[in-house]
Design a protein. Structure first.
Length: 205
């Protein structure tokens, strides 16, 4: 059994299209009967036969191999117009939310735009917390070593997929964060796999 988590993406465009279709079909639709096609009988006598060169069938493009199960249940990608309309609506909704927060808290300034460094920082903080960093006073650190491994692997995937598309500062930050997270992981796993040292024997009186 694969450990890859399964998820389903709901195509909300279909739901919207079905609602518009139901509202548009308020009047009954009459079904048209298809007329049978008349078959022409061959005329008696000799016929002229033309030798046509065989047409070369257009070769269909060979689809590129995709990862098994990656596209299962995925809806078709949105069009450029749909993406543009959705982004405009999202930006307007986010702006209304920010205006509401600033109206309730006038001291709160405008939120800085989200950049690539925020994404890398989010992964790094998550990995360190999963490795037990930053526990509250008096509490024992909780370690999720497998979760930390998954987060560090996500950082590695991010570095691989964005190679050649980052500024020098962004690439340096990502490589540094990935190095530090891996070092912390190695130190923690070394401590976990080290044999326990028995306590020294009590001194005889």
């Amino acid at each position: 059994m694969s450990d890859t988590p399964k998820f389903e993406v709901i195509d909300r465009r279909k739901i919207k299209a079905e609602e518009e279709k139901d509202s548009a079909h308020s009047a009954p639709v009459e079904s048209a009967q298809a007329a049978p096609a008349a078959t022409a009988e061959p005329s008696p006598g000799p016929r002229l036969v033309v030798n046509e060169a065989p047409r070369e069938e257009a070769k269909a493009p060979v689809p590129q191999a995709e990862e098994p199960g990656l596209m299962d249940g995925m809806p078709p990608p949105p069009t450029a117009a749909e993406s543009h309309e959705q982004k405009a609506a999202y930006d307007a909704s986010a702006q209304r939310l920010e205006d509401l927060i600033r109206a309730q808290n006038p001291a709160v300034g405008p939120q800085p735009p989200i950049g690539f460094e925020h994404l890398v920082q989010q992964f790094y903080v998550t990995a360190m917390l999963q490795m037990g960093a930053g526990p509250q006073d008096g509490q024992r650190p909780r370690v999720d070593i497998m979760g930390a491994r998954a987060t560090i692997d996500l950082l590695a995937i991010l570095a691989e997929k964005t190679k050649g598309n980052l500024t020098p500062n962004e690439d340096r930050m990502l490589q540094t964060v990935l190095f530090e997270a891996r070092m912390a992981f190695l130190e923690l796993t070394s401590m976990m796999s080290a044999p326990s040292v028995p306590p020294p024997p009590a001194a005889k009186k």
